[in-house]
Design a protein around this ligand. Structure first.
Ligand code: BMA
Length: 883
């Protein structure tokens, strides 16, 4: 098999302007950008100046030589790993393929059509946007959220049509490699099944399938150290199949664990194919892991409903992680290094699960290889997203199913051996939308022909997908995200997973209500925050006149419905804030950081031990927006962008969105506050004001108490003996502080309630006019060696009521470490929400170890600052005198 990566050129159909292709695989915008034929759509309003690209027809062509020896083989195939999306492929003038699905690899037999010497391959990509419009005309208009409704008929990454965080960029081209494969016989499939039973003994079987012409196969399984564990030679049966299997007892099984719970050993299985002359003609190696995964939906103790939790090797895992969207609008620019940077960032942020969301792509192999290596659990959606209909949801007509089945079979086959993938989900939010639109959705009905209802896609999610998943893999299938099961609607908080969008979308609840909004597994929730000011400046492209919040350019880089109102709603309810762009970046970031950290803190508290896993996971929307790793060089200055330098965890372009890391891989402060909440040991506290009236009649005679609750959370599998150190400070009284220390025991893999009582220093109030004191409660868990294992400061809220002391009175000190690569912060009065930056942004960027820091007297904090090189720093915090 050889890659056809040379001699490619492309042109717009109808023109004779051929341009050499700069790299293969590729897509049109990437090439036009490099040729400076289009402006960078990530800057200013230029997105709209490139819309014509998606409505034009493009031709890619190449020529390649074929030798007599290749031609002499009984089989010669052309293999297209990915064509985006509608494409007609001609070989030497003859049509050999009409492709119609971006997600499906195609293999075409061309023996007899290919010739010795020079061959010409021409691929026409008509506008997929127009194709979709035609399909929509023939098959009906379906209403939806996000993008153009014609997308529901097209098997192309749905986010290309624009999303509430992404631009409209309809890519086209050969987005995955093209190969020529001349062979006598080949392996058409190598399926490794690794079954681990409840006693953690393993049984491994390898099924190899070959095309006619193969004589025998040798299968070799190696352990993670590379030593041969099992070897077998076998002939094929009449269907071209053969299999071998063997067992490993629990002592010999090197189990794969999610990060934080053990190692990630990877086994390999190699099938080597021989012809009748004992010549090796093909070989294929699959990597796999040994792990037992269960999605546990058991009855709970003391609460209604059932768990929805992941158990790996008999350990129940609280899944704290992120949702993943494609890392770029231009997928071919996402290098393995960029994937690694994103995924390592997640692990560094104490996350252990990533959900590949249904409006993007089945990710590149390297993505899953990295998840296997890093121990990140993967929740994999099938590629359907937000097909909302007033009268119908995602179509399911015959021609669409014909396009769909090969896509699903190919991707399940490609992904099934990754130990990291623990669940397949049918779609993103389609049941939710069916419920909201009162479609024909009777959960008790499991037998009708759903294609006759106005929710025809139930046929896909309940028949087509589960049949393929079961036939081809051992991975758990879940009908959708969210989906409850047990006849319950998908907003049910006691079954299955939920998307909790009543903060930000929906009823726009205060984030303080997260505890009332919990679910058994929250697979989406989020809050917007601006990206780093450098990212903002990137999309401003040097335009100074519009460098203010909510300018036309600024707003083109926020695609969310009602974002001006919603950002301001949450700011206004909570912060006394300024409105210049630098301040707006700061305040929206702090707001996001507070919102998301509270969710993780409060939901992790609901992980209370076996039988009491009331909440078993929280995945933030969203981890990525394309961004540069902080430790990579700063992005090149506008106007021309070179994509290769970019890496991203999850925005697909520079934008204000829910991402916790921006397009250029610059973490927002929320990334760090989430990391603290997902650390192996964490500590939390709540305060609530409780008003009690003297009797049933009076409104004048009352008492306002301020009870506090403190708990600790432990993800480790051992009991932790430590010390809880509580200290209360009053912003107005330097000479007062009150607190105590207590010995504590944190139960293994659970949260433990530690203390409750009245907020120290705050008397019971008798009048609402009596201003409560601005008491800050610092809670820390200290290990036996004196190390701070966890810290949290509980502040009075809303923050806007706090009367902050003058900056000079704070006693805030910053001391740069002797190597110039760390900063120690100390203070005489509590300070909330410190964000650090270099004073002069023109130099190299710093990789900070923490952000959004709450500081109290007597608890100095040292922050890593890789790349600071001793330079001067600048701090923002609440009450820094700017608002
Ligand atoms: C969720 C997702 C996305 C969307 C996000 C923010 O429901 O599934 O479709 O981008 O909300 O609105």
């Amino acid at each position: 098999m050889r890659t056809l990566s040379d001699n490619w050129s492309f042109a717009q159909a109808g023109t004779e302007e051929w341009h050499a292709v700069s790299e293969m695989p590729t897509t049109v915008h990437v090439e036009l950008l490099k040729l400076k034929k289009i402006p960078d759509p990530f800057i200013g309003l230029a997105e709209w100046d490139v819309q014509w690209v998606g409505e034009a027809e493009w031709i890619f062509k190449t020529s390649f030589e074929v030798g007599e020896s290749e031609l002499a083989q009984p089989n010669v195939d052309l293999v297209f790993n990915g064509l985006d999306t509608y494409a007609t492929v001609k070989l030497n003038g003859e049509t050999i393929l009409d492709a119609n699905n971006q997600f499906t690899p195609y293999r075409v037999a061309v023996k007899g059509k290919i010739q010795a010497g020079t061959n010409e391959l021409v691929i026409n990509f008509p506008s997929t946007f127009f194709k979709g419009k035609e399909l929509e005309q023939q098959n009906g208009k379906f209403l939806l959220w996000n993008g153009d409704s014609s997308r529901l008929h097209v098997r192309k990454a749905q986010y290309n049509y624009g999303w509430d965080w992404g631009p409209v960029l309809m890519t086209a081209g050969p987005w995955k490699p093209v190969y020529l494969h001349a062979y006598s016989a080949r392996l058409s499939d190598v399926h490794v099944q690794a079954h681990v039973d409840e006693n953690l003994n393993s049984k491994i079987s390898v099924v190899a399938t070959a095309t006619p012409g193969a004589a025998k196969v040798q299968i070799t399984v190696k352990d993670p150290q590379g030593d041969v564990l099992h070897q077998a030679e076998a002939k094929f049966d009449k269907d071209g199949k053969t299999s071998t299997s063997f067992a490993l007892d629990s002592k010999k099984s090197q189990l794969w664990y999610p990060v934080g719970y053990g190692k990630q050993p990877i086994y390999t299985a190699t099938a080597q194919l021989f012809n009748a002359n004992e010549q090796s003609v093909d070989s294929q190696t699959e990597k796999f892991g040994l792990r037992r995964v269960r999605v546990v939906e058991d009855k709970l103790i003391d609460q209604d409903g059932r768990t929805f939790l992941f158990e790996v090797n008999n350990i129940r895992i609280f899944c704290g992680g992120s949702n993943w969207i494609p890392a770029d609008s231009f997928l071919t620019t996402v290098t393995p290094e960029r994937y690694r940077a994103w995924l390592e960032l997640m692990v560094e942020g104490n996350q252990n699960m990533i959900r590949v969301w249904g409006g993007g792509i089945y990710e590149a192999d390297v993505f899953y290889d990295l998840c296997d290596e890093l121990g990140l659990l993967v929740w994999q959606d099938f590629m359907f997203g937000c097909g909302q209909a007033r009268d119908r949801i995602y179509p399911a007509y015959d021609e669409l199913l014909e396009r769909l089945v090969p896509e699903v079979e190919a991707n399940v086959t490609r992904l099934r051996h990754h130990p990291s993938i623990v669940i397949f989900a049918g779609n993103n939010e389609d049941y939710l939308l069916a419920e909201q639109n009162n479609l024909e959705l009777d959960y008790a009905d499991e037998t009708s022909d759903f294609r006759k209802t106005n929710f025809p896609a139930r046929h896909i999610y309940e028949r087509v997908l589960p049949e393929i998943v079961e036939r081809l893999s051992d991975i758990h299938y879940h009908r959708a995200s969210p989906y409850s099961g047990y006849g319950k609607v998908s907003t049910d908080r006691e079954h299955g997973d939920i998307h909790q969008w009543n903060v930000w979308h929906g009823s726009q609840e205060p984030w303080h209500n997260w505890d009332k909004l919990s679910g058994r597994f929250v697979s989406e929730f989020g809050m917007e925050g601006y990206p780093d000011i450098r990212t903002v400046d990137y999309w401003m492209g040097g335009n100074a006149t519009e460098r203010y919040p909510q300018s036309r350019i600024m707003n083109n880089h926020n695609k969310a419905n009602g974002f001006e109102r919603r950002l301001e709603l949450y700011l206004m309810e909570n912060f006394k804030h300024a409105f210049d762009i630098e301040s707006y970046v700061y305040y929206t970031q702090i707001m996001q950081a507070e919102t998301l950290a509270s969710a993780y803190r409060l939901w992790r508290r609901e992980w209370k031990g076996r039988g009491r896993e009331y909440t078993a996971g929280a995945l933030v929307w969203q981890v990525c927006v394309p961004l540069h790793a902080l430790w990579l060089p700063a992005p090149p200055p506008p106007p021309m962008r070179t994509h290769n330098a970019h890496s991203q965890i999850n925005d697909c372009w520079p934008v204000t969105s829910w991402a916790i890391v921006d397009y250029f891989l610059r973490p927002k402060p929320a990334y760090f506050t989430i990391a603290r909440e997902l650390a192996p040991i964490s500590v939390g506290a709540t305060r609530k004001e409780v008003t009690t009236f003297a009797d049933g009649r009076t409104a004048a005679h009352l008492e306002i108490a301020t009870p506090v609750e403190i708990w600790g959370s432990n993800f480790t599998l051992a009991e932790v003996k430590a010390k809880l150190v509580v200290k209360a400070f009053d912003l107005e009284r330097d000479d007062w502080s009150e607190g105590w220390e207590q010995e504590i025991v944190l139960a293994p893999n659970a949260s433990t309630e530690l203390w409750k009582g009245q907020l120290p220093g705050q008397e019971i109030r008798k009048l609402k006019s009596e201003r409560p004191k601005d008491i800050i409660l610092s809670v820390r868990i200290i290990g036996p060696d004196g190390r701070v294992l966890a810290r949290y400061a509980n502040w009075p809220e809303p923050f806007k009521y706090i009367v902050f002391p003058p900056v000079e009175a704070l006693g805030l000190k910053t001391k740069i470490g002797s190597d110039g690569e760390s900063v120690t912060l100390s203070t005489k009065k509590p300070i909330k929400g410190i964000v650090l930056d270099v004073a002069d942004r023109s130099g190299a960027e710093v990789k900070w170890g923490d952000q959004a820091i709450d500081l109290v007297p007597g608890d100095d904090q040292t922050i890593r600052a890789v790349g600071l090189a001793g330079r001067e720093i600048k701090l923002r915090f609440l009450g820094d005198g700017t608002a």
